[in-house]
Design a protein around this ligand. Sequence first.
Ligand SMILES: *Cc1c(COP(=O)(O)O)cnc(C)c1O
Length: 385
Amino acid sequence: MTNNTREKVTASSPTGDPYLLTPGPLTTSPTVKQAMLHDYGSRDSTFIDLNARVLKRLLRIANGEGTHVCVPLQGSGTFVVEAMMGCFVPADGKVLILVNGAYGHRIAKICDYYHRDYLIQECAEDVPVNTEELDATLASDPAISHVVVVYCETTSGILNPLREVSDIVARHQRSLLIDAMSAFGAIALDAREITFDAMVASSNKCLEGAPGVGFCIARESALQQTEGNSPSLSLDLYDQWRAMEKNRQWRFTPPTHVLLAFAQALSEFDDEGGVEGRGNRYQKNCDLLISGMREMGFKTLLPDNLQAPIIITFHMPANPEFKFNAFYDGLREQGYVIYPGKLTVADSFRMGCIGRLGLEQMQGALDAVAKILAKFGIDKIINAE
Ligand SMILES: *Cc1c(COP(=O)(O)O)cnc(C)c1O
């Protein structure tokens, strides 16, 4: 008999998998996974109708009916971020990128690949983007045509002040592009209140679908002006939009199974009470996780008023007995997958509270952490100052 401890999981999802306390891919419900047990042709009317329903539903989450359109795209979240940048920023445009984490830097890298002129306004990972500085930069540099902001910077879990950013950008009559990947579906983003030309998110974060499709919600009048901008064919959101308007079909092989799962995930999203219901569950998860970890002596990177209920960054304990790899493996063996830190400012690790997880899983993860600390012989966490 083999005894593979790496695979031994004491807590597990209904399909026997460890729970994913990560920024994605995430734990999905059994019914979302089950929805994928069908093969649809891309021209099958059942699939075409389902695709249209998904796009309509996504648009409604942002309250964008009548003003905005929803354009889907194959791939992980980065594909649709890249598509947004390539499509909306023309060759003679100039982008101001508000950066307080790795996802902001990734947008700058995309601009490098696409040879788009850009400027970075950066602040520390534990500080929200600076709106006064944004105001001053836009006032002094008329060449800036677009501003990009990451709504929830998943690097730290910080929530950026989207409302203030959008008000300032609108006042200066520039175009706002939003990476809402890890916020959309759990934190409000209302197109009637926030002025933006495009925002992107994906199937597998707060909307709890399977990974593999992203989408852009764009102001129709702005998208109309992007013809010919995209340096990439497969990532051309304008072309994707036009083609789908014409015959309701995807230009290239659609991720049919992912769309089937997405339709089911959106129906479960509705059952939970939409953005409010989902956001409330995540907030409760987040509160329990933070209070439980603090009770054990762990310290969060962010003060509570900056923390989005998505993913939490904890400082790495300074105890010599605390070894992150053993900590990670120990949690994995008990059925909980966490995530290493991505910070430059501090040694850290992250625990997510999104996906099909509730208080039971949060408490389970806390109990697993306590068990490992006991195994390490640590009864008091030391936090480096
Ligand atoms: C997850 C995420 C992305 C996309 O990452 P992928 O790994 O390509 O799915 C982009 N921006 C933010 C803020 C994210 O959290």
